[in-house]
Design a protein around this ligand. Sequence first.
Ligand code: FAD
Ligand code: N01
Length: 528
Amino acid sequence: MPDRDAIIIGAGFSGLYQLHKLRELGFDAHVIEAGPEVGGTWYWNRYPGARCDIESIGYSYSFDSDLQQSWNWTERYSAQPELLAYLKHVADRFDLRRDISFNTRVASMVFDDVSNEWTVTTDSGEQITARFVIAATGCLSKPLIPTFEGLEDFAGDVYWTWDWPEEGVDLSGKRVAVIGTGSSGLQTITAIAPDVGELTVFQRTPCYAVPAQNRSIVEELAELKTHYDEFREESRNSVGGFPCDDELPPFFEDLDDAGIRGELERRWDDGGLCYQQSFRDLLQSKEANDRAAEYARGRIKLKVHNPAVAEMLTPRSYPIAAKRMCVDTGYYEVYNQPNVTLIDVNDHPIRRMTEHGILSGDDELEFDVIILATGFDAMTGALDAIDIRHGEQTLRDKWADGPRTYLGLMSAGFPNLFTVTGPQSPSVLSNMLTSIEYHVEWISAAMAHLRDHGCTRIDAEVAAEDNWVNTTNDAADMTLLPEAASWYMGANVPGKRRAVLPFVGGVDVYKQIGDGIAISNYHGFDIS
Ligand code: FAD
Ligand code: N01
């Protein structure tokens, strides 16, 4: 008998719920977490200004009505301390900590065909056997550390957004450089701009940022809670895992020019990522996309006083929403401050770091602090970092030309290994909480199904996987996503094979497929 029914890797939103769910079903499960605390994303990303960009009432667990009713979100978009407090509360409320090993990293795991067990080895050399392993390792948990020459020569302080010092950093009056203008950079820049002495932002590609229109929801929360069940049901059956008036017509159908503009204006002013669902075919139709992009560019221009800076901040090289959109709370206005400078690294490349700062083009710029907000090896990075083996095959080798999965839940040839929000599932194209809960529940039901039928092994069939990979790639090719060098495509990681990593068909469609497969006795899975 294995030591455990299941080892779960990671104690973020996914791993915590997975542990709770398996316990509820009577499985003996244990979590291994590299960090010293629960929270995953919300433990590691403690940088100033970090907050979610899906509304808190949706970016939270739905599985327990009492939890949902008793927790009081204070803002439309919660800040990192509140999200971490929530995850700590969940861990305590459901007594999860006693089954979590902290400060422990899974280094390798190997599957035994005779016993149908995984042997999991940690970075301290400890070995644990388990019937199942559930990788709840996160889509955005493996940081991308660019190799800036001379970084070690820099005499000032270097901070990474994904591992910000817990005690905080006093940046007041300092000369600060920020590299990266994705969501993390944008939130950091906005939060620190009022305090720093001088701020220099190094931008490679401008983002499209919609206003958050963040606000206190203390007054409206009681009313929101009365509709929670309907709201969650709508979320599960929506395109993006969060209701956004999904029934909108495709571009041009029923809408004249004024109607199109009105729709864009309404969504922009309402704030948040629903802007990218202004038209159902915004990611398919170039014309629809151009209209939404042009409108966004116009709104950006209105916020920035200096036309040359406004132009630098205006994205033109890729379709809107083909890179993850950002949600801002005063980002563009930062560039109206006299102590803030924007540098386009395409015109002034970062040649190297020096003792005093950064050699930017031909100029050495002096800084006290450099902040790196350079992103993640998304979706496959955390799994690639583990040596996952079955016989002669490693998952890393199998995925060298791009991930191959069935439903983003399993990869053929690696039995009894499930991935929560794995590649080729909606994951990062959705409200992750909706997708996480769906996967945790699907995996748990599959494990119970095996147990109820006296089975000990489940694997994806190669033919089913090939079919799913082709379906997801074909669907992605019909979108504009491949036109952007984004992390959705793996394009931000040097040497990584470009492939659209998430499933683009929507949470609602994916759920119908996943439910259908489960009901049909796990069609496409080999169970014995
Ligand atoms: P994570 O939270 O990433 O947790 C994975 C855990 O696994 C980590 O704690 C990690 O230490 C651990 N781990 C990884 N490898 C190993 C190993 N080998 N051994 C042991 N432990 C390991 N999504 C949204 O939908 N809305 C948002 O607003 C949103 N905001 C975000 C903001 C930031 C700053 C970032 C980085 C991401 C954001 N995301 C958002 C995506 C976010 O990652 C998910 O919403 C969600 O938090 C993922 O939870 P998870 O448990 O799957 O993974
Ligand atoms: O990472 P990113 P992130 N020289 O990859 C630049 C979620 N999230 O951590 O675009 C110069 O988006 C890079 O440039 P380019 C969300 O899903 C959510 O910000 O590759 N620049 C880019 O500007 C998000 O999408 C929130 O040309 C370099 C930036 O660094 C995902 O996490 C908050 C460089 C990286 O941006 C990742 O976001 C935070 C180099 N060598 C994160 N290398 C919310 O708001 C990279 N860059 C909820």
